[in-house]
Design a protein around this ligand. Structure first.
Ligand code: IMP
Ligand code: MG
Length: 178
């Protein structure tokens, strides 16, 4: 696994420090509110597991799994819901936790979808952001790191379902794709 890594973009220490910071912000911003944290499977699961332990107010968690239609074609931003929430979100404050925002199509759809279900608020927390690639605008409330337009893996994020178990955010060598 390690021999396929070209570069470490974000180290374990940097991840930990940033997540502690974001957790504190969320703790302060949502005091006294009913907060439901929604993780977008699968990529966000590692980030979410670490993040919720840095949040010091009561929270509920749930997960969604989505897939974009026609990733390589010009997507209309239509997203298929593979796994939906367990319960109603009416009147709840929602924080969507995502691994990476790339074009923004997935999350712009998801936010609209959740808002239409009567949530009190819907905000986004993403670990990574590739701002160069944005085509749909998304309002990011909490962000870990901006990264260049390179394909990354690790810390929950995969290439063809592998590499999620790396502890750092890494760039793969070209030959690992072929
Ligand atoms: P988008 O913002 O709708 O383009 O989709 C973002 C999703 O694409 C992320 O949640 C990831 O699942 C996937 N993705 C984008 N960039 C990368 C990457 O560098 N490595 C792995 N998955 C990525
Ligand atoms: Mg994702």
């Amino acid at each position: 696994m390690e021999q396929n890594i070209k570069e470490v973009l974000v180290t374990e220490k940097e991840l930990k420090e940033k997540i502690t910071e974001i957790g504190l912000e969320i703790t302060n911003d949502y005091k006294g509110k009913e907060l439901l944290i929604i993780g977008v499977l699968k990529g966000a699961f590692t980030f979410m597991a670490d993040l919720i332990r840095e949040i010091k107010i009561p929270v509920e968690i749930d997960f969604m799994a989505v897939s974009s239609y026609g990733k390589s074609t010009k997507s209309s931003g239509v997203v298929r819901i593979l796994k939906d929430l367990e319960g109603s979100i009416e009147g709840k404050h929602i924080l969507v936790v995502e691994d990476i925002i790339d074009t923004g199509l997935t999350l712009s759809y998801l936010v609209k979808n959740l808002e239409s279900r009567g949530a009190a608020s819907v905000k986004i927390c993403t670990l990574l952001d590739k701002p160069e690639r944005r085509t749909a605008s998304v309002d990011i409330k909490y962000k870990g790191f901006d990264i260049p337009d390179e394909f990354v893996v690790g810390y929950g994020i995969d290439f063809a379902e592998k590499y999620r178990n790396l502890s750092e955010i890494c760039v793969l060598k070209e030959e690992a794709y072929s």
